[in-house]
Design a protein around this ligand. Sequence first.
Ligand SMILES: Nc1nc2c(ncn2[C@@H]2O[C@H](COP(=O)(O)OP(=O)(O)OP(=O)(O)O)[C@@H](O)[C@H]2O)c(=O)[nH]1
Ligand SMILES: [Mg+2]
Length: 525
Amino acid sequence: MTLDDALQRLRHASAAAREIGLEDESNRADAVLARARERSGFSGAAYVLALAGGTGVGKSSLLNALARRTVSAVRAVRPTTDQPIAWVAEARRDEMEPLLAWLDIRHVATHADDDLAGVAILDLPDVDSVRAEHRATVDALLPRIDAVAWVLDPEKYDDARLHAYLREMSPHAARLRFVLNKADRLTEVQGAELAEDLRRRLSESGIGDARIDVVSAATGHGIDALRAGLAREADAKALVAGKLTTDAVEARDRLAGAVGLAPDAAYRPLIEESRRADALRSSVDGALALIDPPGVARQVRLAVLGRARRSGGSLLGRAVVLLGWLTGQSRRSADPAAYLRDWRRRGSLGRALNPVHAVLVEAAAGVPPGSRPLFAAALRADELEADLARAIDDAARNAVADLHIPGSILWPVVGAVQLVIGAIFAFAAAWYVTLFVSQGQVPVATIDAPLLGPLPLPLVLLVGSIAASAALGLLLSLHAAWIGRRVAGRVTQRVRSEVGSSVAEAGFGRLDSLEQARRTIGEMT
Ligand SMILES: Nc1nc2c(ncn2[C@@H]2O[C@H](COP(=O)(O)OP(=O)(O)OP(=O)(O)O)[C@@H](O)[C@H]2O)c(=O)[nH]1
Ligand SMILES: [Mg+2]
């Protein structure tokens, strides 16, 4: 991976981490980005190699041996070196100045050795003495250093603290080398054995095939070979880019780890897709059981029928509608919006709540303990009940937001015919009243019906109007039922989709945005 790619990937990952509230992790990643930007802005003509190690191993002596003169003080009192000292090529000094200032190096010695012009060597304070500030100085400096030569001696080559340090630095193994100093105290065989043992220990700490020089700063043994090795590391630019790329990859891996993703493994959701789908389906089913789409459909059908009866009903039918309205019956049985609004009366939210709740708790448990509280807070599982209730309210409102109970131009026509029939019925009834009052003195016309013979006209009118009104009423009901079914079908479909999307958003919206961030952090470029 190129440095630009690694930085780009880290930038995206850091922004995604910040979006989901991983502030500290994101700040750390941004510090790596800033460091990379700063280091890239300085001279790439030479890389910076630090001599690091415990007190008294001979770091300063080694630098003096490389320089063939005293650059850094060596004394019997431990620890000796308090401040880092840089040893750079005279010709590069000015060019290196801003980089050394960035590293806060105040002591600079120069040399005229062209072979080592590509490397600035730092003698550092120790990492293990009683002076805690030495360790602090080194810890602050090391992340900015391009390469490190760990200096060890026969006593300190197997220190547990050293290996803990090295394990942390193992991703930078390509830019680490090891100098086993004070070889004059060992026979050649002992020196070789120690180097072999060190190689084995390093490999256990994640640094395979380590470069080890066995030297004596006191006698100069191995110093030329070490100098040649350092001179061979000619491509300072590539080395610096390699260091910064490794930093960026490591920082990205840390972010991935914080959201429960294994470094260099493909993205995996906290909750498997099928498990999430099952939970959503159960939750939507639970919500629909409360919303009751068949009940809503019934209300719609009755509302359509009511409207048909109001505009096309017989006189009797209209009276029934009016009565229903006056008693509030129609508002209870033919008001889909009110029926939807009342979903809470039809049971508890448990069936909708529990499947999602279980999944959210499981999701929060899927990230490392450090980020768990943050994920749990972001998922807001404890507010899920209120959120779901709100979501169902919204769905209930939206599903009928633009619902209007349709009419038909046929119905007023039927209504007018019903009025005429009503008038004929009233006329026939009045006729009978007249007959009754006149005690049969009024002559009555008859109509000859086949089979039945002559039938009195008022009777024909009376029975005929009742039959016609009933037949029209039946037709009206059938027509209204047909329209009602179509509207109810549309409404229930809408109810289902509104509930589906509202519950999905309320239940999984936050998990989905966390997953979106995890996906960005885990993205491989
Ligand atoms: N026998 C032997 N002694 C050495 C060698 N290199 C250094 N010494 C001695 O080891 C002691 C420590 O050397 P320094 O160079 O000051 O060690 P340092 O690692 O810089 O120590 P601090 O500055 O305290 O971290 C001195 O007494 C040196 O003379 C070596 O190759 N052989
Ligand atoms: Mg020293």
